[in-house]
Design a protein around this ligand. Structure first.
Ligand code: UDP
Length: 310
């Protein structure tokens, strides 16, 4: 197949692109390097089946060839990045996604939109299933991302209902692994880098807030299974690992795995930081027969090795 991946130089996008190339597909990759990096593509940039275009998805996207599938991942996803230029985050989510949906319509391609667990906001239901509509602060500091992603979900369904575009919508929960950017402020790279340097581990708030972490290889297999589902199941579907952990125990686990001398230090909790997050993945299990297989310690070991080698 010929497949377009937006955000191919990003963390998840680069792993996905590599996997699709290994499966023998022709991949056209787009990235503007806002948060992605060339170094993430070094293992496949010379692959003869890969064509890279440096482009912002807010510009009209011109593709000469026929396209079978589009994976649309391009968007800054870490709070420090998406809050740096909130106007751009909203326009990337809406205008960028509209450009991709128009392209899917022109090419008669199936498009998978990567939405996020952030659309549930600070959830009042736990765990979160796809029927829950969420608890988002519409004007808070995270709203540029959360509401942008919600609007892009709405836009995807509008193109599906009005123009019959074949859409797949996935809600990605916290994902980690090699190629996460060390400056993106996310908890896993922060804690791993601090532990490796025997520096204080920065716990925001009390550290009792929870997240549920999915290893990147599991996420990539979920995305591929979702776009290829025969039942034309549009989603939205949660993809993530339901094993829930507090940030304090995550810190303790990483200290143990790295044999670190680091101690915990508390910092203020960022505004609108969700208290609890855990995906209900029964829909993915039922419709896609997908579930994650890599447990947290195994995934963290691989991630620690990656950061050590850097
Ligand atoms: N966090 C933390 N210390 C850090 C970075 C993050 O305690 O150095 C917390 C953060 O407040 C949040 C959780 O870890 O409760 C996950 O944060 P991240 O930015 O990785 O992802 P998101 O908030 O988007 O789920």
């Amino acid at each position: 197949m010929t497949i377009l991946v937006t955000g191919c130089a990003g963390f998840i996008g680069s792993h996905l692109t590599e996997k699709l190339l290994n499966e023998g597909h022709r991949v056209l990759g787009i990235d503007n390097f806002q948060t992605g990096a060339m170094k993430n593509m070094l293992s496949f940039i010379d692959n003869e089946n890969f064509v890279f275009v440096k482009q912002d998805i807010e510009e009209p996207i011109k593709v000469g060839d026929a396209l079978d599938q589009i994976y649309h991942l391009a968007c800054p996803a870490a709070p420090v990045h998406y809050q740096k230029n909130p106007i751009k985050t909203l326009s990337t989510a809406f205008i960028g996604t509209k450009n991709l949906l128009d392209l899917a319509m022109r090419k008669n391609a199936t498009i998978l939109y990567t939405s996020t667990s952030e659309i549930y906001g600070d959830p009042l239901e736990h765990p979160q299933n796809e029927k829950y509509w969420g608890n988002v602060n519409p004007i808070g500091e995270r709203s540029c991302y959360d509401e942008g992603k919600r609007a892009a979900e709405a836009l995807s369904f509008a193109y599906h209902r009005q123009e019959n575009v074949a859409i797949r919508v996935v809600r990605i929960f916290n994902t980690y692994g090699p190629r996460m950017a060390k400056n993106d402020g996310r908890v896993v790279p922060n804690f791993v880098l601090q532990s490796l340097a025997n520096e204080p581990i920065t716990i925001y708030g009390t550290g009792d807030q929870t997240r549920s972490f999915c290893y990147v290889d599991d996420m990539v297999s979920g995305l591929i299974t979702m776009i290829n589902n025969d039942a034309k199941f549009t989603g939205p579907v949660n993809l993530g690992n339901p094993a829930e952990i507090t940030m304090r125990s995550l810190a303790e686990t990483i200290i143990r795995l790295t044999n670190s001398k680091s101690e915990l230090t508390c910092k203020p909790l960022p505004s609108d930081d969700p208290h609890r997050r855990k995906p209900d993945i029964s829909l993915a299990q039922e419709k896609l027969t997908w579930q994650p297989s890599i447990d947290l310690e195994a995934g963290l070991q691989k991630t620690i090795e990656y950061f050590k080698s850097k």
